[in-house]
Unconditional design. Structure first.
Length: 225
C-alpha cells in the first residue's frame, strides 16, 4: 500500500484529491493538510511514501516543504509530487531544484494523477509531458544549473557508469519507460530496474527524472528540439 499525504490550502481541492487517491486499491491517504509545514510534520509522523503538495500555499509553501522532505541534505527523503494550476517556470524549476520527484498540472486526468503517485512511489519520477522538453532545455541552456557529480574524483558519467548503464541512461533521457527500455535493449524489465538501482547512487540522484536531467546537465545527450 502506498501511503500518501495530500497538501492543498483549498478545502474542495484537498477533498477531491483525497477521494480520488483513496479510490485506488493500492493507495491510502493518511493525512490531508492545508499547508506545507503540516505536510512535512504529517509525512514524518506517518512515515509516508509520497507527499502530493500544491506549490502555492500561504506561509510555508510547497517548494519549502519539498526542500525539507527531499532536499539534497535530507537523510531519509520522501518522494514529493508537486501539483499546481500554473506551469510558470519559476514554480516548475523551483520544485525540481528543491528535490521534487514529479510535477503535474492540476488539470491532468484523474488516471494521470494516480499513475504519477505510483511512479514517484516507485522511484521513477514523473513530469507533465507538455513540459518535458522545456524543462530539459531550460536546465541546460538558460539557468546554468551546476552539474551533479557523485564525487569530484570520479569524473563524468562515461567514467562512472558501465556500458549497459550508459545505454539505459541515454534511453531514459529520451523519456522511455522501463518496459520500452527493456524492449529496445532486449532485456527483462527486472534487469533494467536493477541497473537503474545501481546507477542512480553513482550519479547522486534519487529518481529516474533526476537521472534524465543529470544526463542533459552533463551534456551526455543533446537537448531535444
Amino acid at each position: 500500500m502506498i501511503r500518501v499525504v495530500v497538501a492543498d490550502d483549498q478545502p474542495m481541492v484537498r477533498a477531491g484529491l483525497t477521494a480520488l487517491l483513496d479510490a485506488a486499491p493500492d493507495i491510502e491517504v493518511v493525512a490531508a493538510v492545508a499547508d506545507g509545514r503540516a505536510a512535512v510534520d504529517a509525512a514524518r509522523e506517518h512515515r509516508v511514501d509520497v507527499v502530493c503538495t500544491d506549490i502555492r500555499m500561504p506561509g510555508f509553501d510547497g517548494i519549502s516543504a519539498t526542500r525539507e522532505l527531499s532536499g539534497p541534505d535530507v537523510e531519509e527523503p520522501v518522494a514529493v509530487l508537486v501539483l499546481t494550476t500554473f506551469d510558470l517556470d519559476e514554480y516548475l524549476f523551483g520544485a525540481l531544484e528543491a528535490g521534487a520527484s514529479g510535477f503535474l498540472l492540476k488539470d491532468a486526468e484523474p488516471e494521470e494523477l494516480v499513475a504519477a503517485v505510483r511512479s514517484v512511489a516507485a522511484g521513477n519520477g514523473t513530469i507533465d509531458t507538455s513540459l518535458t522538453k522545456r524543462v530539459l532545455r531550460e536546465v541546460v541552456t538558460r539557468r546554468g544549473t551546476r552539474p551533479v557529480v557523485a564525487s569530484p574524483e570520479n569524473g563524468r558519467a562515461t567514467d562512472l557508469l558501465t556500458a549497459r548503464e550508459l545505454d539505459i541512461l541515454l534511453l531514459l533521457a529520451q523519456g522511455m519507460a522501463n518496459e520500452e527500455i527493456a524492449a529496445e535493449l532486449t532485456l527483462e524489465v527486472s534487469t533494467v530496474k536493477s541497473h537503474l538501482a545501481r546507477m542512480m547512487p553513482k550519479l547522486g540522484v534519487r529518481s529516474r527524472l533526476q537521472a534524465a536531467v543529470w544526463a542533459y546537465q552533463n551534456r551526455i545527450v543533446e537537448v531535444p528540439g
